[in-house]
Design a binder for this molecule. Structure first.
Ligand code: NAG
Ligand code: NAG
Ligand code: NAG
Ligand code: NAG
Ligand code: NAG
Ligand code: NAG
Ligand code: NAG
Length: 460
């Protein structure tokens, strides 16, 4: 009888089984037989066992079912050439639930009334190779041998990048907020299980951890599987798995999700925005240090300051993203109508501004041709969070590359570039955006569409 080995190198075994159609059919028929056995056994559970029932045969069926739970590697190398497409290479045998415009997720047991009652089980805590960590689904009555059951709701996250960077971290975790808001009916997770390429991750960056803490009303407990014997399975009473970030969500649903996080963050930080005021326009220069910083901050502050001074009520603020606490960022964004900042993860903070606020972005030389589609993420995020991306300025001058400037190899040089300025262009651009914002705020005030989002609750 072919059984998936639980001992050394099981991923190679299971992979070869999956590739063989004959073995697959063989396994399928064994499962069918065992399933029937199990059903007979479970039917008998509700009535006194008839005398002719042989208890050892049914308990051996249960034992067989326990052993038949098949663990597959979390990272399926067969899909490494398209790790993010469709069912992805993470838990590749599973498909997501996806209603139009909603977040894509998996839930165990299935939330459907007549859905699959099986639980998600995980095994292993490798932090270097995701093909050494495993998943399986199992009936609650026949969980794999020695399985520990973890109670309550568990969030299982797949992140193709990392949990430290505020953009990549938020992109991976934001769909849990969307789920919590609608499908989860405000349910709060007991624990988080974080993966990157199937490798276990034990922490999130401070900003990312804090936004999850404020959203879910307590610090996230990140599971490390301490105290679980090596290679022993853990099964979850209820698990929700995300592996597509915001993918599939409508703009409306994305905006609602960001609205919730903004609202929770402001509550947590005791930020009470002053009355929606036509009288003020907040313009914030959000500076970086090192790569993609402005070559001459003084000059940039001077240019934007001069334009701000020409507009009644304009308040210019200059801040450095690297040394603000989470709540300082929340408070600063709450007072910002126009965010002026180089391309970089600090722009993720934009969703903390009131809706319809503006973003002005800056790039060093060479990015347009070489940086790929990822350079547009803050343009997308502005749209997703209900902000207005007012375009980007791309420095025509900068570092020189020894190759032709279209050569991919130049990106490694341009990546670390800094950003200069063009006084004429910046002044004109700032003036136009300031005017637009001023007019918008006046219109919104006149039509009493107070630009205030009080929606801090989810749909219970
Ligand atoms: C279950 O735990 C016992 C005791 O630690 C151990 O002897 C046994 O091998 C374990 N079974 C499996 C399948 O790992
Ligand atoms: C996790 O790793 C630790 C240290 O390597 C080990 O002692 C523990 O048994 C592991 N847990 C699981 C579930 O594999
Ligand atoms: C917010 O205000 C409450 C009550 O005054 C206080 O306990 C809490 O520490 C404040 N939170 C922050 C982040 O300042
Ligand atoms: C930066 O700009 C200011 C204002 O235009 C100018 O006075 C200063 O010399 C510049 N600094 C450098 C290092 O170029
Ligand atoms: C924040 O960082 C910037 C740049 O590193 C520095 O100039 C500024 O003084 C720092 N501010 C505080 C309050 O530490
Ligand atoms: C600065 O911007 C203006 C207006 O867009 C443009 O005409 C000019 O050529 C730019 N100057 C430099 C040095 O790039
Ligand atoms: C944002 O702008 C749109 C389009 O002008 C408007 O319909 C909407 O009410 C504004 N949203 C808020 C929150 O003010």
């Amino acid at each position: 009888m072919v059984k998936p080995s639980h001992t050394s190198k099981p991923h190679q075994r299971t992979t070869s089984i999956l590739f063989s159609p004959k073995l697959f059919i063989y396994l399928l028929s064994i499962s069918a037989v065992l399933f029937i056995f199990f059903h007979i056994q479970s039917l008998h559970r509700h009535v006194p066992p008839p005398p002719q029932n042989n208890p050892s045969s049914s308990s051996s069926a249960v034992a067989k079912l326990r052993r038949s739970v098949t663990f597959l590697p979390l990272k399926d190398l067969r899909y490494s050439h398209k790790p993010l497409e469709g069912h992805t290479w993470f838990m590749s045998s599973m498909y997501d639930i996806h209603e139009d415009g909603e977040v894509q997720f998996q839930q165990f047991p299935s939330p459907a009334a007549d859905g699959d009652a099986r639980l998600l089980c995980l095994k292993g805590n490798d932090t270097h190779d995701g093909s050494w960590n495993y998943y399986a689904v199992a009936w609650p009555e026949t969980l794999p041998e020695n399985a520990t059951v973890m109670k309550g709701l568990s969030f299982v996250s797949y992140n193709h990048y990392n949990y430290d960077n505020i953009w990549h971290g938020l992109s991976a975790l934001m769909p849990f907020v969307a789920w919590h808001q609608i499908q989860g009916k405000c349910e709060i997770p007991e624990r988080w299980i974080l993966y990157h390429w199937g490798e276990l991750r034990l922490k999130m960056g401070t900003w990312v951890r804090t936004i999850m803490e404020v959203t879910f009303g307590g610090p996230p407990k990140i599971e490390a599987f301490d105290g679980i014997g090596e290679g022993q399975p853990v099964c979850f009473e209820k698990a929700v798995v995300m592996r597509h970030n915001e993918g599939g969500m409508s703009r409306q649903r994305r905006m609602e999700t960001y609205d919730l996080m903004r609202c929770k963050a402001r509550l947590f930080c005791n930020f009470t925005s002053s009355e929606p005021s036509v009288a003020t326009v907040g313009m914030t220069l959000f500076m970086r240090t090192g790569a993609r910083s402005f070559k001459n901050e003084t000059a940039v502050v001077e240019i934007f300051g001069a334009e701000c001074n020409k507009v009644t009520g304009c308040q210019l603020r200059v801040a450095h993203s690297n040394n603000l606490t989470f709540c300082e960022q929340v408070s600063l964004m709450g007072k910002t109508d126009i965010l002026v900042s180089p391309h970089g993860a600090q722009l993720t903070n934009m969703f903390l501004m009131d809706r319809n606020s503006s973003v002005m972005e800056f790039f060093p030389k060479g990015w347009l041709k070489l940086a790929g589609i990822g350079q547009f993420v803050y343009q997308w995020m502005a749209s997703w969070s209900g902000m207005r991306h007012q375009g980007a300025w791309r420095d025509p001058h900068g570092l020189t590359c020894p190759y032709n400037e279209d050569d991919r190899r130049c990106m490694s040089i341009f990546k670390g570039g800094t950003i200069g300025y063009n006084r004429t262009y910046f002044s004109e651009w700032a003036k136009n955006v300031l005017n637009e914002v001023k007019i918008r705020k006046m219109n919104e005030a006149a039509h009493a569409t107070a630009n205030h989002v009080h929606e801090c609750s989810c749909n219970q």
